[in-house]
Design a protein around this ligand. Structure first.
Ligand SMILES: N[C@@H](CCC(=O)N[C@@H](CS)C(=O)NCC(=O)O)C(=O)O
Length: 212
């Protein structure tokens, strides 16, 4: 399918939040036509949005080209890559790389997204200030960054010798953590391999369009 014959994907999003931004980066990178359907966060736990995602969270997609409807950003990214990256620009189909891609995406989905999200929640939105909760989740940001940095000291990318979906999946929460580290209270500045990798991705046109 050439991109000009693709019908626009319906993309349920909220443009300032990291998980929808993860998907937006791939729609832009792969030049997939889409219609952004912006949903207020206050509306996500009720119909009609819960008819799209029973878990009441963004993002979600409906693809009229295939009939596929999905939620959970990691599942959506893997679907977009399998369906619309036939040349394998951002992926590998060889072993062990395809398994390693999945491994890093799982780490992003279970280790980065939820913990960075909780750090933001307890620091900025939770009605009470609970120092032990803030401390726990902020320390986890630093720990996850240190894991990535350790790997990136000897590797330019997470998998293989090119940028893949595994790298790009880390960008929106990485950028959010950069915001939380404005005063270097998370001590992220010392992770130079990680910062170089993140900055290179933040400079891509697709990412700048999504994150601004
Ligand atoms: N694991 C989910 C997390 C989705 C998520 O937490 N989305 C946030 C926006 S970044 C949301 O919809 N929050 C609204 C709420 O939880 O009520 C994914 O990666 O898609």
């Amino acid at each position: 399918m050439s991109n000009s014959s693709i019908k626009p994907i319906v993309f349920y999003t909220h443009s300032t939040t990291p998980n929808p931004r993860k998907v937006a980066i791939f729609l832009e990178e792969l030049a997939i036509p889409y219609t952004a359907n912006s949903v207020e966060i206050s509306q996500v736990k009720q119909a009609p949005f819960t008819d799209v995602n029973p878990n009441g969270r963004l993002p979600a997609i409906e693809d009229p080209n295939t009939g596929v409807k999905l939620w959970e950003s990691g599942a959506i990214i893997q679907y977009l890559i399998e369906t619309y990256d036939k040349e394998g620009r951002l992926t590998y189909t060889s072993s062990p790389e395809k398994y390693e891609l999945n491994q890093w995406l799982m780490f992003q989905m279970s280790g980065q997204g939820p913990y960075f999200g909780q750090a933001a929640w307890f620091s900025h939105f939770h009605p009470e200030k609970i120092p032990s909760a803030i401390d726990r989740y902020k320390k986890e940001i630093t720990r996850v960054v240190s894991v990535l940095d350790g790997w990136l000291q000897n590797h330019k990318f997470l998998v293989g010798d090119k940028l893949t979906y595994a790298d790009l999946a880390f960008v929106p929460w990485g950028n959010a953590a950069k915001g939380m580290n404005a005063d270097n209270s998370l001590e992220l500045d010392k992770y130079t391999a990680y910062n170089k990798w993140l900055e290179e991705m933040l400079a891509r046109d697709s990412v700048k369009k999504v994150i601004g």
